[in-house]
Design a protein around this ligand. Structure first.
Ligand code: NAD
Length: 498
């Protein structure tokens, strides 16, 4: 249900809810219903400075980096329990702010809880190496230490999930953090502040500032007292984060855009592949970095496959995201809505064949777009190359595996890909040749906290999730121990003289 009055949010700094330094606020309207659903304190550079100071103090003088893995684990597990206890409220906020169907928002909360649980399990499993092979008088230790203060900037498509691909892992490593969620979807991230305090996290270890990319996100990225930036968003803004981070040579981890190929070989289980392709275009309105937006189908089955898709997509209910039966909700912002419609128009002008959809739908606020399928798309068309981030599918045809691989790799992105075939050799050979961080074989869009996630090429830098995620948030330190009496360098220098 839409609340009678908008939810109210303050910044979360040093364990307290606080207004912004300027006292200013901003609001968010539900993209589906057009009503204001949240009012948030508006952080600018000054608020980011206060938040970073709190995180710095908590790292340099506070307890968290020195807390044992066992204690950290307890905090993260409690946070996970509280997230699940608040599942309905969190899912409602996600749906109201982002426009996604409520059933998908609930799944997102479950997925989030699983990430916190998995990160908790890593707290007691951070370790380094020892070297006992350096000679009798030397012993080498390589230890992992938390990298320090981590700045996090997140997008609007999976607000709670994406911050949870970063925050629990950074906390597990012993870092302290400043988080800036998207200005469109700040609610659930701001609620994490209280959840973590209730779970026992010390004040200042996590600070959350709601505000716009410029100035709040930009200030965080260039801040001299931040040791690392973990950013998820568009490739363009990610490049800006790299430039800003050079100020103090901070480490940068980036999760960026994608134009992900789904390759359907003629021998595949076509009904299963069609179901996955429909999921890929409809899930989260196609506003998904992993969206299977380029369908590359072997020529003998293209017509049959596209007809099957059209038949299935027609059955997917679009409408009020608060209505349980709907599977496609509202497009998150007016800018995104205009961008998607612009791509559809441009695809038609370029000569692609519009097979389904292509129009906006007069539902509620009107920010709804029909799931859209183009075929006869060629690899040089913009709809085959640019990330549309909406329910728009481009179908390309191929003859040989070699050609499919070439089309799949013909993009600046390299986030994920899927391959559908019953032939083991084809599956493995194609998986090895595609330059992307995740390859699904005979499945699509599955994710497990154990498995690392990230992109090749302009899709990103570094990895999130999995045990590798912990390594991202640590520095390696080498400690060399001399054992026994030390020979002076002068004596050593003369040892070998005749
Ligand atoms: P965006 O780049 O516009 O914004 C992302 C975040 O960056 C927001 O919090 C925004 O306020 C902030 N920001 C904007 N300008 C900034 C600046 N100058 N300095 C620092 N921060 C700034 O992206 P979006 O529209 O919110 O999200 C969609 C994009 O995110 C798509 O390209 C999508 O592929 C990508 N994405 C990637 C992944 C992944 O894991 N690879 C996951 C989800 C979304």
């Amino acid at each position: 249900m839409i609340p009678k009055t908008p939810f109210q949010y303050q910044l979360w700094i040093d364990g307290n809810e606080v207004p912004s330094v300027s006292g200013k606020k901003f609001e968010r309207k539900s993209p589906a219903h057009g009503t204001v659903v949240g009012e948030y304190a508006l952080a600018d550079g000054a608020d980011v400075d206060v938040a970073v100071r709190a995180a710095r103090e908590a790292f340099d003088k506070g307890a968290w980096p020195h807390t044992s893995g066992a204690e950290r684990m307890k905090v993260l597990l409690k946070a996970r329990d509280f997230i699940l206890q608040q599942k309905e409220q969190l899912a409602l906020i996600e749906t109201l702010e982002s426009g996604k169907p409520i059933s998908q928002a609930r799944d997102e909360v479950d997925w989030t809880a699983d990430l916190w649980q998995y990160a908790a399990s890593l707290c007691r499993n951070i370790h380094g190496d020892t070297y006992n092979t350096l000679g009798d008088s030397m012993f080498g230790l390589v230890v992992r230490e938390p990298i320090g203060v981590v700045g996090m900037v997140t997008p609007w498509n999976f607000p709670l999930l994406i911050v949870s691909q970063k925050l629990p892992f950074a906390l597990a490593a012993g870092c302290t953090c400043v988080v800036k969620p998207s200005e469109l979807t700040s609610g659930t991230t701001l609620r994490l502040g209280k959840i973590l305090a209730d779970a026992g996290l010390p004040d200042g270890a996590v600070n959350i500032v709601s505000g716009f990319g410029n100035p709040a996100g930009a200030r965080l990225s260039s801040h001299p007292e931040v040791d690392m930036m973990s950013f998820t968003g568009s490739t363009n803004v990610g490049k800006g984060v790299i430039s800003a981070a050079r100020e103090n040579v901070k480490k940068v981890e980036l999760e960026l855009g994608g134009k992900n190929p789904q390759i359907i070989f003629a021998d595949a289980d076509l009904p299963a592949a069609a179901d996955a392709a429909v999921f890929g275009i409809c899930f989260n309105q196609g506003e998904c970095c992993n969206s299977g937006s380029r369908l590359i189908v072997q020529r003998p089955v293209v017509e049959e496959f596209v007809n099957k898709l059209i038949d299935l997509v027609r059955q997917v209910p679009v409408g009020d995201p608060l209505d349980e039966k709907n599977k496609i909700g509202a497009i998150a912002s007016e800018a995104q809505y205009a961008k998607i419609l612009g791509h559809i128009e441009e695809g038609q002008k370029a000569g692609a064949r519009l097979r389904l959809g292509g129009k906006s739908l007069p539902i509620l606020s009107g920010q709804f777009i029909e799931p859209t399928i183009f075929d006869s798309v060629s690899a040089d068309m913009a709809i085959a190359r640019q990330e549309i981030f909406g329910p728009v599918l481009s179908v390309l045809a191929f003859d040989t595996a070699e050609e499919a691989i070439e089309i799949a790799n013909d993009t600046d992105y390299g986030l994920s890909a899927s391959i559908w075939t019953r032939d083991f050799d084809t599956a493995l050979l194609t998986s090895r040749r595609i330059r992307a961080g995740t390859i699904w074989v005979n499945t699509f869009l599955e994710g497990y906290p154990e498995l690392p996630f990230g992109g090749f090429k302009e899709s990103g830098l570094g990895r999130e999730v999995g045990r590798f995620a912990i390594e991202e948030f640590t520095e390696l330190k080498t400690i060399q121990f001399h054992l026994g009496k030390k020979t002076s360098w002068w004596a050593r220098a003369h040892e070998n003289l005749p």
